[in-house]
Design a protein around this ligand. Structure first.
Ligand code: DAH
Length: 344
């Protein structure tokens, strides 16, 4: 093989050995590596000389280049290890670590109690085949009232003090409009649960202008008050505990007929009522309303009645949280004071 080619290869090798060994730190060493072994480094350049060699010498030259490359790569990792160790030792000698120094552990976040209760309710109902729906917070008057059989100027509107956005839109006053969206867009049989924020122009120790509700609706071919009672009683026992009783009181809602209010026995005084401020000494606490879906609602949503029938219910989530956790004032929930939230 031509001496010049071989000499050139040797020169590269020796240069690299010398430079690798004299590198002062890992950056300098890396720069040398690029210079000799990089994509456009000296060794790659040397490969180009192969083009001028006679055919029979080409394999030998290729082999030589590869040997040099392997040798230099081994040397590089040895030197690199040595330099890195030196660097770590140098760093440790002037940076002292005090392993006994105690650091406050980072504050842990957790779910807001309202979300926790919501998720728990959704999970109980999903075991009965109910699946989750949502709806807009700003509703057309039609969905919030009219299609739920609450006509304009009807006294039933007074039950819900409303925030009006404009002449035809309101901040939804309850989650019941989710029923109408589902009836309009889906085909029965239906088992849905709707949750979210609702708004009413109301604020005192037991009312918030923005609170949360959970809505349930079941539509099928034969649905009775017995199905409704069975479902709600199951739900209450799952949520509050098996010792709790449920009671249904006749009531009125324009979108259900017959309608009922649901009470559960007070978990604090166990239904006895003696000196209990939570249930105001009655032994019972109201959690929401329910009933069989009024045929008028089916008519608005264009669902064939009596082929399809149904029941619905709506509960206040803050109220359920108050009962479950024994909270004394509903206004704690939106304050987000961590001293309160940390208790859950
Ligand atoms: N939407 C009612 C309210 O906010 C609660 C309610 C009552 C919902 C009866 C229902 C129901 O689905 O059937 O006062």
């Amino acid at each position: 093989m031509e001496n010049t080619v071989q000499n050139k290869l040797n020169a590269i090798k020796e240069g690299a050995i010398r430079d690798f060994n004299k590198a002062q730190d890992s950056t300098e060493l890396y720069n040398f590596k690029v210079q000799y072994l990089g994509k456009s480094g000296a060794l790659t350049e040397a490969m180009k000389l192969m083009a001028n060699l006679p055919k029979e010498e080409k394999p030998l030259f290729g082999k030589l280049v590869n040997e040099v490359k392997a040798e230099l790569e081994t040397l590089y990792s040895e030197v690199e290890n040595k330099i890195k160790n030196q660097e770590i030792n140098a760093q440790m000698s002037h940076q002292k670590l005090d392993l006994s120094f105690s650091v406050a552990s980072p504050a842990k976040g957790n779910e807001h109690p309202i979300f926790r209760v919501t998720n728990e309710i959704v999970s109980i109902m999903s075991r009965l085949g109910y699946s989750l729906r949502t709806g807009p917070l700003i509703e057309k008057d039609y969905y919030n009232f009219e299609a739920l059989n609450i006509p304009p100027n009807h006294p039933a509107r007074d039950m819900q003090d409303t925030f009006f956005v404009d002449d035809t839109h309101v901040l939804r006053t309850h989650t019941s409009p989710i029923q109408i969206h589902s009836l309009e867009n889906e085909k029965p049989p239906l088992r849905i649960i709707g949750t979210g924020s609702v708004f009413r122009c109301d604020s005192d120790i037991s009312h918030l202008p923005n609170f949360h509700q959970i809505e349930g609706m079941c539509v099928d071919e034969k649905v009775s008050m017995a199905d409704l009672k069975g479902t709600i009683s199951f739900f209450v026992k799952e949520f509050f505990g098996p010792q709790l009783q449920t009671r249904f009181r006749p009531s009125f809602f324009p979108f259900t007929e017959p309608s009922a209010e649901v009470d559960c026995s007070c978990p604090i005084c166990k239904g006895k009522g003696t000196n209990c401020s939570l249930c105001k000494q009655t032994g019972w606490i109201e959690i929401g309303g329910c009933g069989l879906i009024n045929p008028k609602v089916f008519e608005f949503a264009k669902v064939e009645y009596p082929k399809w029938q149904g029941f619905a219910f709506g509960f206040g989530i803050e109220r359920m949280a108050i009962i479950k956790y024994g909270v004394d004032d509903i206004r704690h929930f939106p304050k987000n004071d961590v001293r309160f939230l940390n208790q859950f």
